[in-house]
Design a binder for this molecule. Structure first.
Ligand code: PLP
Length: 399
């Protein structure tokens, strides 16, 4: 089946949630390179939206998944499994968390985090249920997480939304202080906003938020679905700022392409009791085997340092382009291999994305006319250099 045959079937049978898709159809990959149905190669700086951290065909991940597929794909949570038990231990030992619950996606992880925060106060007998999130955030598409996602465009058709959510400007600790009510249970924030345009909260803001939460007994939830799992050059983005959350969520890169999400928390707020929460697929042997392989690679000596180094290189390369085209490239920001290049409105990011595909490169987009670069963490320096040359050409042709 070629691209247009797939597009025809999609137009007839698939719900129109994604609109017209990109003009190439990936069929296989190797390292940071995707190949389409015609055999053309593309260096991928999107990675399935920050998912394929180990790239394509990584031997450790492929081996773990194929071995697990041969042994046991799924058994439900009525049973203990070694893969789930080991992954829970490994994530807790490598983070500030004491407990974990596995699910299947980022939205589910955030949904669980919101439920956990409310369950914590319910069990304490305190009437605290409010959830505060930041404008421009993205936390998922379930009803609670789309409500936490403070962007009207994602919410409007789904009213009435669940009660108890309110919003503050991102990066403004004073506004958060004012927005807190005695009934506020938790604040949920992305340490680096992804969909919103790759915007870093920054150390002083996140530290101030931590202090405000401590002073008011409010739980602090970090959504690390996009910025976590090695992307910033640390295993978890919050490590960059010296600020620990009470609860945090993971998904995307955790399974390296196999769907898995997780909510992790400190012991004191591990409030779920049997029956409160559950899942059929979450934490099944296949997903946990994949995540163990991903975590195993990321915790190898030098892996995260190389992400940080490549991130610096990518940022420098993008800054050079900004210097060359100051009227079209307004900002370069982000951390590690999560970089945003904000373009002027007269150069629509979608146009740049499509032009880059013609040059053999796949890049992402984000809110605020931002080119979002979240490549596989195994991308090579030469591939980053080649991407920068292609972007230079694409912007140069439009300058
Ligand atoms: N949280 C953040 C920060 C995200 O970037 C996303 C997805 O882009 C989600 C949550 C939702 O994750 P999922 O699409 O796996 O439900």
């Amino acid at each position: 089946m070629n691209h247009s045959e797939a597009a025809q079937l999609d137009a007839q049978y698939y719900m129109n949630t994604f609109g017209p898709r990109l003009p190439i159809m990936p069929v296989r990959g190797e390292g940071a390179v995707l190949y389409d149905d015609t055999g053309a190669a593309y260096v991928d700086l999107l990675a399935g939206i920050a998912v394929n951290a180990l790239g394509y065909g990584h031997p450790a991940l492929t081996k773990a998944v194929t071995q697990q597929a041969e042994d046991l794909l799924h058994c439900c949570n009525y049973f203990y499994t070694p893969q789930q038990a080991r992954l829970a231990e490994a994530l807790c030992k490598n983070s500030c968390a004491d407990r974990v619950f596995f699910c299947n996606s980022g939205a589910e992880a955030n949904e669980a985090a919101i439920k956990l925060a409310r369950a914590y106060y319910y069990r304490k007998g305190e009437p605290r249920f409010g959830i505060i999130s930041a404008n421009n955030s993205f936390h998922g598409r379930t009803l609670a997480t789309v409500t936490a996602t403070a962007q009207k465009k994602y919410q409007e058709p789904f009213a009435p939304l669940p009660a108890g959510f309110s919003y503050v400007p991102y990066g403004d600790a004073d506004a958060l202080k004012e927005a807190l009510w005695p009934s506020t249970a938790a604040v949920i924030l992305e340490p680096i906003q992804g969909e919103g345009g790759v915007i870093e909260g920054g150390k002083s803001y996140l530290k101030a938020v931590r202090d405000i939460c401590d002073q008011t007994g409010t739980l602090l939830i970090f959504d690390e679905v996009q910025c976590g799992m090695g992307r910033t050059g640390k295993l978890f983005a919050f490590e960059n700022y010296g600020v620990e959350p009470d609860i945090f969520t993971l998904a995307k890169a955790l399974g390296g392409g196999v769907p898995i999400g997780a909510v992790l928390c400190k012991e004191f707020c591990s409030a779920f009791v049997p029956g409160d929460h559950g899942t059929t697929f979450g934490g099944n042997p296949l997903a946990c085997a994949a995540a163990l392989a991903v975590l195993g690679e990321m915790t190898k000596e030098g892996f995260l340092d190389s992400v940080a180094e490549k991130g610096e290189l990518l940022k420098d390369l993008m800054r050079d382009i900004k210097k060359k085209y100051p009227a079209l490239v307004l900002d370069v920001r982000g951390r590690g291999l999560m970089i945003g290049v904000q373009l002027d409105e007269k150069l629509p990011v979608k146009e740049v994305q499509l032009a880059l595909i013609k040059e053999g490169f796949i890049a992402g987009t984000a809110g605020g006319n931002v080119l979002r670069l979240v490549p596989p963490l195994v991308i090579e320096e030469a591939q980053l250099q080649a991407f920068a040359a292609a972007l230079d050409k694409v912007i140069g042709e439009r300058a």
